[in-house]
Design a protein around this ligand. Sequence first.
Ligand SMILES: C[S@@+](CC[C@H](N)C(=O)[O-])C[C@H]1O[C@@H](n2cnc3c(N)ncnc32)[C@H](O)[C@@H]1O
Length: 302
Amino acid sequence: MTPAAPSARYFDGWYADMAGSAAKDEIMRRHLGLPPYLLATSSLGWEGIGEVTEALRLSPGDMLLDLACGRGGYGLEIATRTGTRLVGVDFSAEAVRQARGLARRLGRKADFRIGDLAATGLGAGSAGAVLCVDAIQFAEQPDAAYGEMRRVLAPGGRVVLTCWESVDPDDERVPGRLRRVDLGAGLTAAGFGTVEVRERPDWRACERAIWEEAAAIDPGDDPALQSFRDEGVRSLATFGLIRRVMASATAPLTGAGPLNPGGDPVLPVRSREDTDVGWGGQAEPDDDERLSRECPPHWDSA
Ligand SMILES: C[S@@+](CC[C@H](N)C(=O)[O-])C[C@H]1O[C@@H](n2cnc3c(N)ncnc32)[C@H](O)[C@@H]1O
């Protein structure tokens, strides 16, 4: 049986702990080759961001949905590179709060909102592309999450996911949530076309280095480092049993279908006026001075 997925409350605590600890972010950034402003909570490195961006095939003005966006770093980076509008959705209110604070500090307009992998609250066909980095394994019902990706995508829109899959889905040493990840099957069942799943073995060297450093940490009384160390120990134990994957697919050009339950016509929505998302005005005061870092030049012209 698949263990219950961690709750939004669990992730709220995880993010709150991280906000008070610079050490974990420093280790992650160093191994992943990320700049200081890019707050990530997964292991997609700088080169991987380039591959993901290319696979999303965004055009300026498109709306990019970063699903399970966490603190928003990847979505903000890709939206900046591509001149697209960003909506980030996560079920952790604390992650959304930190993502809004990051966008505000970087002078970026973005709409970060609370929502679920399977119920984003966005309109059908409202997204030009969907990104989901290292989070689909947390979906209570993965099929519903893939269905939601298809529902919100405009016809012809792209979805890109990164995750891990079990080398042997029956290997009980691999956590149950990862054993059921099958990106190709999930996307295909949801009705996507041109489904492509690529193994990314070259992303794994820095991942291993992260977990080796994490597992050797003396965390003291820093709760972020304590959970990082535990994650490192667990991840090293199953490192060779899983493979790193990136999947991409295209929403069909005919939008109507069984995954559009309201029967709404699914129209490509590319302009700001046509979407139901708000821009700016979402930022909240943020007391996390630790994260107030210098913005790189290419972020200044939002
Ligand atoms: C490993 S983190 C990745 C965050 C972000 N994508 C990144 O790479 O920095 C997993 C994220 O999934 C979010 N999450 C887990 N289950 C979710 C759900 N059912 N709906 C929305 N977000 C969820 C968590 O709150 C967390 O932010």
